[in-house]
Design a protein around this ligand. Structure first.
Ligand SMILES: Nc1ncnc2c1ncn2[C@@H]1O[C@H](COP(=O)(O)OP(=O)(O)OP(=O)(O)O)[C@@H](O)[C@H]1O
Length: 511
C-alpha cells in the first residue's frame, strides 16, 4: 500500500486483566496481515478494514515508532511540519503509546513515542554534516473545556491561538523552553506531565478528559546557504473518544464529555471537509483543537494518526467507531513542502558536539514566539487611528453597520483595536472566527429546527391516527345507538338529535 502524507494506523493493545476476567480471551477482530483485519460492523457482518499498518497486541513500541514517527522526525529537520495524533476511547492505549508506562522511568523496550522522537531529533541534528546550527524549543499545552492551558506555566490558563505569515498557526504566549539534549527534554516533559496532574487534582478532572499537546519547534541553518528552515513536530494525546451516553455522565462531567465530543466531532468535520472536497469551508475554527492542528491537517505537513483500540469484544462498538474515524482520515491528501521562513539567521542556535556540554540545566524559558522573527513596528496613536478606520471600513464592505458597531465594541473591550501588536491579519483572523462561529451556531440552529420539525411531524401523525380511530369509534357507537334507539331497547326516551348534540363537543359526531 502506498503511503500518503497522512499515515493512518490501528493499534490493538493486549487484553487487560479486567477484560479477560469479564469476557475471557475473546477478541473483536480477526488478524489478516500487517495492514488489514476483519471486524464485525453494526449489522454483525464481517468487514475487512485496511490501514497503512496495523499493530497487534504483540507489537513493540519500537515498531510503532519506526513506522509512524521516523519519517516525521526526518521531515521536521528539513522544515516540514509533522503531527502524530493518538485517538481512541479511554484506556485504549493512547498515553501508553505516547509516553510508555512512564516518561522518565521505563525500560528501553517500553519507551514511548515522545522519548524516541526526542532521541532521534537530537541525534540527527548533531550528526548531520549539512546542518551548521540549530535550536529546539518545547511547549506543552492542554485543551480542557475549550481553554488552552500552559503546562509549563500553570498561571497561563487561557492562551490564545494566532496565525502569522512566518509561523503559521501558533499559541500566543505559550512558554517555550529551549532544549539542548534528550535529558533536557525529558526533564521538561516530566515537569509538564506533573503539572498536568496538579491541574487535574485542582480541577478534579481526569487526563482522559483533556487533549494534551507536546510541541517541538526545530530551526536549523544549513552549511550550504544562508537559509533557515523551521519545522514543528506536534504530538497530540487526545481525550477519550467514547460516546457521552456510555460514560453515564451527569452535571459538569456531562458538560466535559459534551465538549470533548464536540471538539472530536469538529476534528471529524474538518477531516470530512478535507476528504470530500468541500475545501472552501473547512471548519478549522470550530474548536481550539482543530485550529491548532490547522497547519498539520490541511497545510504543509505530514501527519500520522494512531487509532488505539481495545481488543475486547466488550468494547467492540467503541473500537468500531475509532476504526471508522481512521478510515475517513485515510482519505486526506496533503502535499507537504519545506518551509523556509524569512528569518535571517538562527540567533539562539548553537551546534554542540559534546553531549555533556549540551545538558546545560539552564534551559532558558521564552514566552514570546516572535522573539526570533522580525518584530512588528510599534505604531503611534495617529497610525492606530488610521488603522482602526481602515479596519472598520473594510468590515463595512461585507457586514451590516450595526454588526460593525458590535464588532468595534468587542474589539475595544478585548483590547484588540488599540493593541499595536495586532495586525490587519490578526483582525481578519478574529473576524473570521466570529463569522465562522456564527455559521456554526446557525448550522446548529438549523439542525435543531429540523429535529423539532421532525418531532412535530411525528406527533402530528400520531394525533391524526388517534383522531381517525376516535372517529371510527364514534361512527360505530352512533350506529349502535341508532340501532338501539330504533329497537327501542336503549335511550328509547332520547331522540337521535339529542344524542348527537351531546356527542358533538367531543368531536365524535360530524357537524
Ligand atoms: N500496547 C500496550 N501494551 C501493554 N499495555 C498497554 C498497551 N497499551 C495500553 N496498555 C495499558 O493499558 C492501560 C490503559 O492505557 P492508557 O492509559 O495508555 O490508555 P489511554 O487511551 O491513554 O486512556 P485515557 O484516555 O484514559 O488517558 C494502561 O495500564 C497501559 O499500561
Amino acid at each position: 500500500m502506498s503511503r500518503s502524507a497522512t499515515a493512518v494506523c490501528v493499534r490493538f493493545r493486549p487484553l487487560s486483566h479486567k477484560e479477560r476476567k469479564a469476557n475471557g480471551d475473546k477478541v473483536c477482530f480477526k488478524r489478516l496481515d500487517s495492514e488489514s483485519f476483519v471486524f464485525k460492523d453494526e449489522r454483525e457482518e464481517d468487514v475487512i478494514f485496511s490501514f497503512d499498518r496495523v499493530f497487534y497486541e504483540d507489537s513493540e513500541q519500537s515498531d510503532v515508532y519506526n513506522f509512524l514517527a521516523v519519517p516525521i522526525v526526518a521531515d521536521a529537520i528539513s522544515g516540514i511540519n509533522g503531527t502524530i495524533i493518538t485517538y481512541g476511547q479511554t484506556g485504549a492505549g493512547k498515553t501508553y503509546s505516547m509516553e510508555g508506562p512512564s516518561i522518565l522511568h521505563c525500560n528501553k523496550q517500553k519507551t514511548g513515542l515522545i522519548q524516541r522522537v526526542v532521541d532521534e531529533l537530537f541525534q540527527s541534528l548533531r550528526s548531520s554534516e549539512s546542518i551548521a546550527m540549530w535550536s529546539v524549543k518545547l511547549s506543552m499545552v492542554e485543551i480542557y473545556l475549550e481553554k488552552v492551558r500552559d503546562l509549563l506555566d500553570l498561571s497561563k490558563d487561557n492562551l490564545q491561538i494566532k496565525e502569522s505569515k512566518t509561523q503559521g498557526i501558533y499559541i500566543s504566549g505559550a512558554t517555550e523552553v529551549s532544549i539542548m539534549s534528550s535529558s533536557d527534554a525529558l526533564e521538561c516533559l516530566s515537569e509538564g506531565i506533573a503539572n498536568r496532574a496538579v491541574g487535574e487534582t485542582q480541577m478534579n478532572l481526569a487526563s482522559s478528559r483533556s487533549h494534551c499537546l507536546y510541541i517541538f519547534s526545530v530551526q536549523q541553518g544549513s552549511t550550504s546557504d544562508e537559509r533557515v528552515r523551521g519545522g514543528k513536530i506536534i504530538l497530540v494525546d487526545l481525550a477519550g473518544s467514547e460516546k457521552v451516553e456510555k460514560t453515564g455522565a451527569e452535571g459538569r462531567v456531562f458538560d466535559e464529555a459534551k465538549t470533548i465530543n464536540k471538539s472530536l466531532s469538529a476534528l471529524g468535520n474538518v477531516i470530512n471537509a478535507l476528504t470530500t472536497g468541500k475545501q472552501n469551508h473547512v471548519p478549522y475554527r470550530d474548536s481550539k483543537l482543530t485550529r491548532i492542528l490547522q497547519d498539520a491537517l490541511g497545510g504543509n505537513s505530514r501527519a500520522a494518526l494512531l487509532c488505539c483500540c481495545s481488543p475486547s469484544a466488550l468494547n467492540a462498538p467503541e473500537s468500531l467507531s475509532t476504526i471508522r474515524f481512521g478510515t475517513r482520515t485515510k482519505l486526506i491528501k496533503t502535499s507537504p513542502k519545506s518551509t523556509s521562513p524569512e528569518v535571517d539567521s538562527v540567533k539562539t542556535a548553537s551546534k554542540s558536539t559534546s553531549p555533556e556540554a549540551d545538558s546545560v540545566k539552564t534551559a532558558s524559558k521564552s514566552t514570546s514566539p516572535e522573539a526570533d522573527s522580525v518584530k512588528k513596528p510599534i505604531l503611534d496613536s495617529h497610525d492606530q487611528n488610521d488603522m482602526r478606520d481602515q479596519i472598520l471600513s473594510k468590515l463595512r464592505l461585507s457586514l451590516k453597520e450595526e454588526d460593525v458597531d458590535l464588532l468595534e465594541e468587542l474589539f475595544v473591550q478585548e483590547g484588540i483595536i488599540f493593541e499595536p501588536d495586532y495586525s490587519m491579519a490578526d483582525i481578519d483572523s478574529v473576524c473570521q472566527d466570529v463569522v465562522s462561529q456564527e455559521i456554526s451556531l446557525l448550522t446548529q440552529a438549523v439542525e435543531e429546527l429540523k429535529e423539532t420539525v421532525e418531532e412535530l411531524t411525528d406527533e402530528n401523525e400520531r394525533l391524526r391516527g388517534e383522531l381517525e380511530l376516535a372517529q371510527e369509534t364514534a361512527t360505530q357507537v352512533q350506529a349502535q345507538l341508532a340501532a338501539a334507539q330504533a329497537d327501542g331497547t336503549l335511550f328509547g326516551f332520547m331522540p337521535a338529535a339529542a344524542i348527537s348534540y351531546l356527542l358533538r363537543p367531543f368531536g365524535l359526531v360530524p357537524d
